[in-house]
Structures are given as C-alpha cells and as structure tokens.
Ligand binder design. Structure first.
Ligand SMILES: Nc1ncnc2c1ncn2[C@@H]1O[C@H](COP(=O)(O)OP(=O)(O)OP(=O)(O)O)[C@@H](O)[C@H]1O
Length: 281
C-alpha cells in the first residue's frame, strides 16, 4: 500500500508555541481523507506543512508527487472572469490541463465569461477546485471547501470531488467541521485535537472496531476499553473499542461517523492510531 502523504514525528511551532506535536500518519494513495477537529486543532497548520507552506520544527511530512492546495478563503480574484482565472492558472503552473478544466466547468454549468464576484459560493468553490485539479496534482488538499455552502452545494462539491478520485489516481485530504458531510465520501479519517493526532485510519475499519453501548450506570464494564462516556439520568452511553461487554444489560451498536468523532474529541487522552514502525509502515 503506497502512501500519498506521510508524516513522521511532525512538530510545528509558531514562535514558542507548539501547535502540532508528534504527529505520525500516513494516507494511502487513492483515498479521500477527512481531516477533522475543533477550532484551533491544527488542521490548517498540518495542511500548510503538507504542501510546503511552512517548515516543520521537528520530524517530516512528505507528499508522493505534486500537491495542489485550495485555501480556506478560496484563492480567486473577484474581478477576473472564470476564463481569466484559467489563463492565470495556466501561466502560474508548469503542468496544466486546460481542456479538462474547461470540460469540468462546462459540466458544472459555470459560464467562462462570468466574473468570479457574480458566481454563487458553491460555484466559486467549484472554480477553485477546478483550478487546483487543472495542475494535475497527485494530492489535492482542500481547507474547508464546504464552508459557507448550503447543503445542496456541499453535496454537489463532494460528489464532483468523488468523480475526480474515481477517474484517476488522485488522493484528497480535506478538512471540515461538518462531519455528516463526509460520511458518504471519505474513506480515511484523521482526527486532530489540540495539536495532537487522535485518530488516523480506514473509516470502515475504525467504525467496525468500535461500539456504542447504552445501559444502566451500575452495569459492569469489565473487559471494555472506554473511549468516552456521557450520562443521562441513570443511563450511560459510551463509545468503546473492541469486543462487546459481558453484562447483558448493555445494548450495543456500531457508531456512526459523527458519534465516533465526537466520542474521541470528548476525551483527548484516547487515541486510535496504527502502530507505525518507521516510515510508512
Ligand atoms: N501564523 C500564526 N502565528 C501564530 N499562531 C498561529 C498562526 N497560525 C495559526 N496559529 C495557531 O495555531 C493553532 C492551530 O491553528 P490552525 O489554523 O492550524 O487550526 P485549525 O484546526 O485549522 O482551526 P480552524 O478549524 O479554526 O480553522 C491555533 O492555536 C492558532 O491560533
């Protein structure tokens, strides 16, 4: 399994403050990886380090091939038309697929002669993604591509990204605060919390390896590895790792993605990380 992105012992600091500490992760080629975490967790910082916009103080982060980055505040010139943005992109990039970009925009019904400022938020996001894709990257890094978009536009942007991944060997790393948007499309999950990596792995394997247990708060928890728990009255609901408990009063089910992420974020001390033995293992 080859990696499109690999970080080993990554540490980043701004002046004297560490904002990423000891992050080791690997995203396999061809995956759509979701990067989630609360405000200030270090998601943008990790993306900046991945695409070479900042240099780590410790460890390393490596992309196999070319990366393209779409920043949070869509890097478009408001007074340019879409066609002028394409010309700009062509001049700024050594690898550039004009035809693919024009085809993609035509398929999305975005007129080339329209000014960027006259496009909807969803169309601007699509233009920014199209420009990034036109540079033929191996890794597409998108910082909150769905921010400020309505649910339909969020769905359309995600679906169009999936179509690109299906069409070629492209890996995507995208951050979002809306975990439910990622459920259908992201098959790799990275959770950052307070500058530390909490979770990194195949989404289905992670969900299959955990249970949500609900039961009375005096039920025995023997043999269960609790990620986090919340109480309502005399009932306890817990996210646990591994095997079901012995106490028959527990009801067990597979967690949804949002429950899983929330369960880990509630307890920053818990982690679900693969054992990395050297780079890329
Ligand atoms: N240029 C900078 N100088 C100093 N501190 C910074 C700088 N950029 C980010 N930080 C700090 O680094 C930490 C991580 O910020 P980062 O933007 O990576 O988080 P994030 O997870 O992307 O947050 P959000 O979800 O709010 O976008 C924060 O505490 C932030 O204040």
């Amino acid at each position: 399994m080859s990696s499109a992105l690999e970080a080993t012992g990554l540490g980043v600091r701004y002046r004297h403050t560490w904002v990423l500490r000891d992050c080791s992760l690997s995203v396999p080629t061809g995956r759509v990886a979701a990067l989630v975490g609360p405000n200030g967790a270090g998601k943008t910082t990790l993306m900046h380090a991945a695409v070479g916009l900042l240099r780590p103080a410790l460890g390393s982060i490596r992309v196999a091939g070319q990366a393209a980055f779409v920043a949070q505040d869509k890097p478009l010139y408001e007074n340019f038309t879409v066609a002028e943005m394409l010309t700009f992109g062509r001049r700024m990039n050594t690898h550039w697929d004009d035809e693919a970009a024009a085809d993609r925009l035509a398929g999305l019904g975005i007129p080339l002669e329209r000014k960027v400022s006259r496009l909807s938020g969803g169309q601007q996001a699509q233009v920014a993604v199209t420009l990034a894709l036109a540079s033929r990257p191996d890794l597409l890094v998108l910082d909150e591509p769905l921010a400020n978009l309505d649910p339909l536009a969020r769905h359309d942007v995600m679906r169009s990204i999936m179509a690109e991944v299906a069409g070629r060997e492209l890996t995507v790393l995208l951050s979002s605060h809306v975990v439910s948007d990622l459920e259908e499309t992201c098959d790799w999950l990275v959770v950052l919390n307070g500058g530390r990596l909490q979770v990194s792995g195949d989404t289905e394997e992670l969900l299959d390896g955990h249970l949500v247990l609900t039961g009375p708060d005096d039920a025995s928890m023997a043999g269960t590895q609790v990620v986090s728990a919340s109480r309502t009255g005399r009932q306890v609901s817990m996210l646990v790792r591994g095997v079901p408990p012995l106490d028959p009063r527990w009801q067990a089910r597979r967690p949804g993605l949002e429950e899983f992420v929330m369960g880990y974020l509630r307890n920053p001390e818990s982690a679900a990380l693969p054992k990395l033995t050297g780079a890329g293992a």
